[in-house]
Ligand binder design. Sequence first.
Ligand SMILES: Cc1ncc(COP(=O)(O)O)c(C=O)c1O
Length: 393
Amino acid sequence: MPAIRELEDAYERYVLNNEDGFVDEFRRRIEDFGGRPTPLQYAENLSARYDTDVYLKREDLLHGGAHKLNNALGQVLLAKYMGKERIIAETGAGQHGTATAMAAAHLDMPCEIYMGERDITRQRPNVFRMKLNGAEVVPVTTGRGTLKEAISETMRDWATTVEETHYVIGSIVGPHPFPTMVRDFHALISEEARAQLHERAGQLPDAVLACAGGGSNTMGTFHHFVDDEDVGLYAVEAGGSSLAVDEEEGVAPNSASLSTGTEGVLHGARTKLLQDGDGQIVESHSVSSGLDYAGVGPELAHLVDEGRVQPVNVDDDAALEGFHRLSQREGIIPALETAHAFGYLEEHHDDLGDVVVVNVSGRGDKDLAAALEETEQRDLSNAPDMGEFSGGM
Ligand SMILES: Cc1ncc(COP(=O)(O)O)c(C=O)c1O
């Protein structure tokens, strides 16, 4: 496909070879506009609770409140270098759409964001944020109205408008060069975390944890540790309400494609997918929109096959407990996606070694209404009593 070849050429020239100083400009802008480097914070209360040194990589403090800006800014800037005049993107939780809208406003590019109808309902604050930054939000009504359909719709748009349009894909998914290019923009996370931990503690971590949807924060957090064989890398997926697949209904009540998926092709990449015996993609589920995807980035799937990355998962309840625990014990309200990593930390801290880095991929402001609603339906040990306020969100 000519669009992909053009992008591959631009990736090699600008991102890999720093032609016209692209990488220098990216690094300058992600510092000035984005607020990098993000802190590596020692989590005192969790460290005491687990008798383990827990460090938090605070991507929630990046401009926009999630890791997504690293990639969005990189790709919108690349589109400028390629002479494109229009930006399109898909979004699930709304974080990537928000980051793309911000980057497009910052670099003065018109921008349209495709978003599933169901996600529009689940993530209203992010819809407003995109609009406030001047982006048009296009509702996607096909299928279940979540991330998979939004990606398909954006690809359809791109196929007919490629001459003037760049598609800013939101994770390490899709056809080459997207997975490696998106990883490269996010690799700042592990580049910084490695150096910061070395300065603070003079050592490498025993374990690095990140939640995994498509896998962009995961690969960004792992990349500079992949060659350090003693560092355990844990990709924490959404176990949803069950790991079972209902083939007849075409539903997997989880998004754990690394843990339970089988090999197939989705959105131009061969990877691990939630699919039935005929190769039909089944409906995924997660309490967090951003993890609700039936596939995962091909590089992450490959690292799992090689045994370098451990695919693990926690269910919706454990993620919600993690959400409340981090909020109450560290004063950080995490995104529901991020909360999965803290659910896993709670359950498995004894097996992770003495020094653990957890990526706080995003903040939870966008999730307040959903978290409250989901909390009310459960009997969670960490949740506060919201009393009369609970109905008011
Ligand atoms: C805060 C946050 N973390 C994680 C994810 C999952 O995406 P990825 O696996 O590509 O990092 C999302 C997706 O929207 C997100 O908003």
